[in-house]
Design a protein around this ligand. Structure first.
Ligand SMILES: CC(C)(COP(=O)(O)OP(=O)(O)OC[C@H]1O[C@@H](n2cnc3c(N)ncnc32)[C@H](O)[C@@H]1OP(=O)(O)O)[C@@H](O)C(=O)NCCC(=O)NCCS
Length: 173
């Protein structure tokens, strides 16, 4: 399934995305607040995992394409996480630095959130964010999410932002 917003196209990843995705994931700005940059091999297995989720019709990440220049500028979509022993669907996002602070991550995350509730019928979605990651916190807030708690995720202090179906329905015009 492909999602469209005014400035972006969010489409499933394909094997041919490997070169551009590897370039993005080798960039320390793109990989801020992660364990670090990815080698080409790490990106290849990440990409394979996303394509496998698509193949199995599981929530997955979308390739984020800018309509103006048709460039792959990042990813936004779903990850499958275990948080404090509970299975959760996370909305995650990363955008090429040249495209920061234009509202693009928010635009993508909103489309993904609406897809989660409207088509996938998920009960809730979360975002996991390092407390120091102010831009990402803003994206979660602008995506209608509320700070639920602070926890430790993969050894790091992590804020859990969440929105459930009822809150989403109440936020729709
Ligand atoms: C987080 C990220 C995806 C945001 O992308 P983006 O397209 O720039 O996001 P938006 O433009 O939609 O929103 C960014 C918000 O952060 C704010 N912001 C950016 N830098 C900031 C700073 N240093 N201090 C305070 N606010 C800041 C912007 O002003 C904007 O908020 P506003 O609309 O209220 O003004 C992007 O910074 C990124 O890819 N970072 C590296 C990867 C990452 O951290 N991913 C998230 C992991 S949880």
């Amino acid at each position: 399934m492909t999602l469209e917003t005014s400035r972006l196209i969010l489409r499933p990843f394909r094997n041919e995305d490997i070169d551009l995705l590897a370039e993005l994931m080798a960039n320390p700005d793109f990989m801020r607040f992660s364990l670090g940059v990815f080698s080409r091999e790490q990106t290849a297995s990440f990409l394979e995992k996303l394509i496998d989720w698509d193949r199995r019709s599981l929530p997955s990440q979308f390739a984020v394409i800018h309509r103006d220049d048709h460039r792959l500028i990042g990813y936004c979509g779903f990850f499958h996480q275990q948080v404090d022993g509970t299975s959760e669907i996370e909305i995650g996002y990363r955008v090429h630095r040249e495209y920061w602070n234009k509202g693009l991550a928010t635009e993508a995350a909103r489309a993904v959130r609406d897809h989660a509730f409207a088509e996938l019928k998920l009960p809730r979605v979360i975002s996991l964010i390092h407390p120091d990651n102010v831009p990402s916190r803003r994206v979660a807030e602008k995506n209608g999410m509320k700070l639920e708690k602070q926890t430790v995720f993969r050894g790091f202090p992590t804020l859990v932002f969440a929105i459930n179906r009822k809150q989403w329905t109440g936020s729709m015009p």
